[in-house]
Design a protein around this ligand. Sequence first.
Ligand SMILES: C[S@@+](CC[C@H](N)C(=O)[O-])C[C@H]1O[C@@H](n2cnc3c(N)ncnc32)[C@H](O)[C@@H]1O
Length: 278
Amino acid sequence: MASTPPEATYIHGTSPEEQRRLSVLNGFINDGSLRELGLRGGESVLDVGCGLAQLTRAMARAVGATGRVVGVEKDPAQLAEAKRQAAEVNEEQLLDLREGDAYTLPLFENEWGAFDIAHARFVLEHVGDPLRVVRGMVQAVRPGGRIVLEDDDHEVLRLHPEPPGFRSLWEAYMRTYDRLGNDPYVGRRLVSLLHQAGARPVRNTWIFFGSCASQPTFDAVVNNALSILRGARETILRQSLLDPAVFDETLTHFAAWGKRPDAAFWFSICWAEGVRPA
Ligand SMILES: C[S@@+](CC[C@H](N)C(=O)[O-])C[C@H]1O[C@@H](n2cnc3c(N)ncnc32)[C@H](O)[C@@H]1O
């Protein structure tokens, strides 16, 4: 019998503002995720922790009528919004969205060991035991099937010129992850997790997520960071990770930095892919 999952608080929550942030973020990075996935059509795909399922729907469009996509999401509010968005564009028939936990995937008996691809993006950073999730994903794919992991290593963030106090604010944000038993650096562990879970790692890369002033994406990149930091304010203050006045002042500096003509922002999403041995 599997042990009880460790602490698995979802840091970002599911407020309408957070769902808007996740939607905008998807608009930016889904092309990169799809490019790296290289779907050819006809594949069966399991998307673990699918959130609002925007990427899941894009995968469903890519695999086409001969493929199949199942999305699994733990949070009922997130799942309801995912279904609403799919229905809004008449895409609810494209995919099978299920409520369930990444630790105990809600698959039918004949689905275990049958998927061509199991994918998870921005999920392992929010669970206490990422290895257990990856093990489940390995079991879900057929021998020779792919396990694709995309996640954050928050330490790779660079801003230049750096706004005053920003490094301390980002450190405090990262500490909200490990204080909850989650790993803000899980991105660097993806290959290792694949190996430990019994898959053969075959690829490791980044998806760039950055911008500079005057690029059309810049405001949204800055707003995404502002939004996650605002969302973490209460946790940061409750855990005494930063003084409230310092938090607010630093966020004001960062918002002003977002208007500088020389501002540059680098971030990358870690990508790793493994294959289930035959
Ligand atoms: C940052 S969102 C990413 C959503 C989607 N994968 C994407 O890239 O847009 C993380 C999602 O994982 C879900 N989640 C967190 N822990 C989970 C778990 N144990 N099982 C299933 N879903 C989980 C959250 O509810 C949230 O919707």
